[in-house]
Write a protein that binds this ligand. Structure first.
Ligand code: FEO
Length: 175
């Protein structure tokens, strides 16, 4: 008689756990970006506020993609508790620096998950991860380009509002 639990789920426990950890990381990203959106709005930086609101929505979508994948593979997705979200930030530039740090951390997380999938011979999940790995290239690129605006334009005088005006023009064309 085969183990019924194994028949129910195609995910090994280690992969299910690390995916659930990533669900939490994505929820955390979503909450941080929402806080950043509110801070930018309070500073009169409308485009930056919209940028982070959109990022926040996308992170929730990422979270749901992983959450649903765990479920579809017969695992048990866990709705995450999100705590320790800062609501105040030191500077406009600091917000984007923190966002880049967060995205670099997320990229590292996905690399680790991919590594574990290969070791566990879970190529189905490895394949599922490819979308996220490609997405990270775009997310890091856009934030780095926005940070370059701070170097080129500077924050003095009307600089902050110039940066806010130009950041919407940053796009990733994949080349
Ligand atoms: Fe879902 Fe920005 O990584």
């Amino acid at each position: 008689m085969k183990d019924l639990l194994k028949l129910k789920s195609s995910l090994v426990e280690e992969i299910e756990n690390i995916l659930n950890t990533q669900v939490k990381v994505e929820a955390h990203s979503s909450a941080i970006y929402l806080a950043m959106s509110a801070w930018c709005d309070d500073q009169g930086l409308d485009n930056a506020s919209k940028f982070f609101a959109k990022q926040s929505d996308e992170e929730r979508e990422h979270m749901l993609k992983i959450f649903n994948y765990i479920s579809n593979r017969g695992g048990k997705p866990i709705s995450p508790e999100v705590t320790n979200i800062p609501n105040d930030f030191e500077s406009f530039r600091g917000v984007f620096e923190q966002a880049l740090e967060q995205e670099m951390f997320v990229t590292e997380q996905f690399n680790n998950i991919a590594d574990k999938c290969v070791k566990a011979k879970d190529y189905v999940t490895f394949n599922f991860l490819q979308w996220f790995l490609a997405e990270q290239v775009e997310e890091e690129f856009v934030i780095r380009r926005i940070l370059e605006l701070f170097d080129v334009i500077g924050e003095d005088g009307t600089g902050r509002w110039e940066i806010d005006k130009h950041l919407v023009k940053v796009v990733f064309d994949g080349e």
